[in-house]
Design a protein around this ligand. Structure first.
Ligand code: 16G
Ligand code: ZN
Length: 552
């Protein structure tokens, strides 16, 4: 009875505006921030139910619209492992968000509780951690989420404040692992493991291209602000934050941020000719994407971008090198530590990156776009590295592999072998597993791992950028009447419906050397996206254009 009363009351407080239709897409619900409160409140109900279902494990709610304009907002739910909410709850999420009135909402919840066997009614049966980014609608929406959580009897909401998206995911994961999960615990883990990585840089090895100066475009979001907080404690790095979100510095994601830099391939707002030659990084508005770039000079308009594919390549090289140290110990025979290393990309990965990775003998697999698909695939390996070209990605280590590394480290140190290359390699992998956020892609922890590896290799930005040359590519959006008419298969690389479309794409692609092209319906916008790659920019443009024409 109390449960029914609470649900009816909260649904009455947040009526669904007419004409709103929410869909739990690749990144949760997203819309104009001012219209989001009902959907966010219902996401609160959903998160609490999810926690009850999972025996009271902590579940997360993040209120953000990532790289989208400042007026937008959104909400997504993190599962107890810190990853995205299990996909089989998404249909219920949609139904709940679109329930037209309080009675319909109550009916839906009660039916779902019955179908899923959710043990409602106890005390302290659910805990939900909430976080939000810096958007002006964030405070108001966080309150709506709190009210949604509190509508479930026995649920307990904890407001973690203004955070990056990956911080909240990390907190959820840590809390459920029984590790201390406050923001300062997060920072301590990052700062300490970064320092430890630098201690493990061999003296006098590698190149001398590394410079300490790093300029970071914070997208006027939360990531820049958090970096400001910790930069003084980052040893051997001089970090300058631009677009830090301070009053007067600019608007969130406007002409800046990782999405802007990666898509437009131009220097973000806030940089000047004085920055030419400096190593620069760009975060997105909620700091789960990271790209690097060099500021182009007036005389040379070429823009050097290091996207997610090249960050992935750097991580893969580093990890492979450590595994080689561990397994090929010169002429001293030792028990190898077998490790399955897997690389996960999407169809948007530049073809040159895939070729580079395969030339190293690495196993490369593809999934559809969206972190939930990549992350899940990466978990199938001892070490899985995944990145989207847009800069979202991370490295995940299996628990079994971490235990084996720890055991090997203990064995070597008890044999007084702590000076060996093998021991150092073990320590580097263990430290990297603590530095990188294993819950989800995290621009801050990713940036620190990049910086540690560049120091380790003694590499400049140009050394890194020169790993391979990207093939020219072009992306186009096409407005269509019904984007769901296009169905794809093979990790979005082929169209299965309408069948004639794939034949047309094949026909166009065959006209270009190194031509590659695919189309897919966007998961976040009402458009069909076209991606084309070829040996020259003119050809990539023309391939994209002719395929777009067939889509229209
Ligand atoms: C979302 C996804 C991102 C993906 C993008 C594709 C998460 C957390 N975010 O932002 O990974 O690249 O959607 O957008 O999964 P699209 O479907 O509109 O091309
Ligand atoms: Zn983001």
């Amino acid at each position: 009875q109390e449960q029914r009363r609470r649900l009816l009351a909260v649904a009455t407080r947040f009526p669904l505006p007419s004409g709103c239709r929410f869909s739990y897409g690749t990144a949760g619900f997203r819309a104009d921030g001012a219209t989001m409160a009902p959907a966010v409140c219902r996401a609160g109900i959903l998160a609490a139910l999810r926690s009850v279902k999972l025996a009271g494990a902590a579940v997360g709610i993040v209120i953000t619209a990532s790289h989208n304009p400042v007026g937008d907002n959104g909400v997504k739910i993190a599962d107890p492992d810190g990853g995205m909410m299990a996909q089989h709850w998404e249909p219920f999420a949609d139904a709940l968000a679109n329930a037209p009135d309080p009675d319909a909402l109550l009916h839906l919840v009660l039916q779902f509780v019955k179908d899923e066997n959710i043990p409602l009614g106890g005390q302290d049966t659910a805990q939900v951690l909430l976080g939000r980014d810096t958007r002006p609608t964030g405070g108001y929406l966080l309150d709506a989420a709190l009210q949604g959580v509190n509508a479930i009897v026995g649920a307990h909401a904890i407001n973690m404040g203004i955070l990056t998206t990956p911080q909240l995911h990390w907190m959820v994961r840590s809390k459920n692992k029984g590790i201390k999960a406050s923001e300062s615990d997060y920072f301590t883990q990052l700062i300490d493991s970064f320092r430890r990585m630098l201690e493990l840089v061999p003296k006098g090895k590698g190149g001398d291209g590394f410079t300490k100066k790093l300029i970071v475009d914070g997208a006027n979001g939360i990531g820049g602000a958090k970096l400001e907080q910790i930069k003084a404690e980052l040893s051997d790095l001089d970090v300058i934050v631009r677009n830090s979100g301070k009053e007067g510095e600019g608007v969130l994601n406007h002409m800046c941020g990782a999405d802007f830099v990666q898509k437009e391939r131009v220097t973000p707002h806030g940089f000047s000719p004085e920055d030419v030659g400096a190593r620069c990084a760009s975060l997105d508005g909620d700091a789960d994407r990271l790209v690097y770039f060099h500021v182009s000079s007036a005389s040379d308009s070429r823009f050097d971008l290091v996207d997610g594919d090249k960050i992935l390549s750097l991580f893969a090289l580093f990890i492979r090198e450590q595994l080689d140290f561990i397994n090929n110990n010169g002429d001293q025979p030792n028990k190898p530590l077998p490790a399955r290393l897997g690389i996960v990309q999407t169809a948007y990965a530049n073809g040159a990156s895939t070729r580079f990775l395969k030339s190293l003998g690495l196993e490369v697999v593809f999934t559809p776009t969206g972190v939930k698909y990549l992350h899940k695939k990466a978990l199938e390996y001892d070490i899985g590295i995944y990145f989207e070209a847009n800069g979202h990605g991370t490295v995940v280590f299996s628990e079994n592999f971490i235990s084996q590394l720890e055991a090997l480290g203990d064995e070597l140190s008890s044999n007084a072998d702590t000076g060996s290359a093998r021991y150092h390699a073990v320590m580097r992998l263990l430290t990297a597993s603590r530095l990188i956020n294993q819950a989800v892609g995290d621009a801050l922890s990713g940036l620190l791992l990049v910086e540690a590896i560049l120091q380790y290799k003694g590499w400049s930005f140009q050394n890194w950028c020169g790993l391979y040359s990207d093939l020219p590519s072009r992306q186009l959006k096409v407005k269509v009447v019904d984007r769901s008419a296009i169905v794809t298969t093979n990790a979005e690389t082929k169209v299965s419906q309408p069948t004639a479309l794939q034949e047309l794409i094949d026909m166009e692609t065959a006209n270009y050397a190194h031509g590659r092209c695919f189309v897919r319906p966007s998961g976040t916008e009402d458009v069909v996206r076209v991606y084309a790659e070829a040996s020259t920019q003119v050809e990539a443009d023309s391939l994209a254009k002719s395929v777009a024409h067939h889509v229209e």
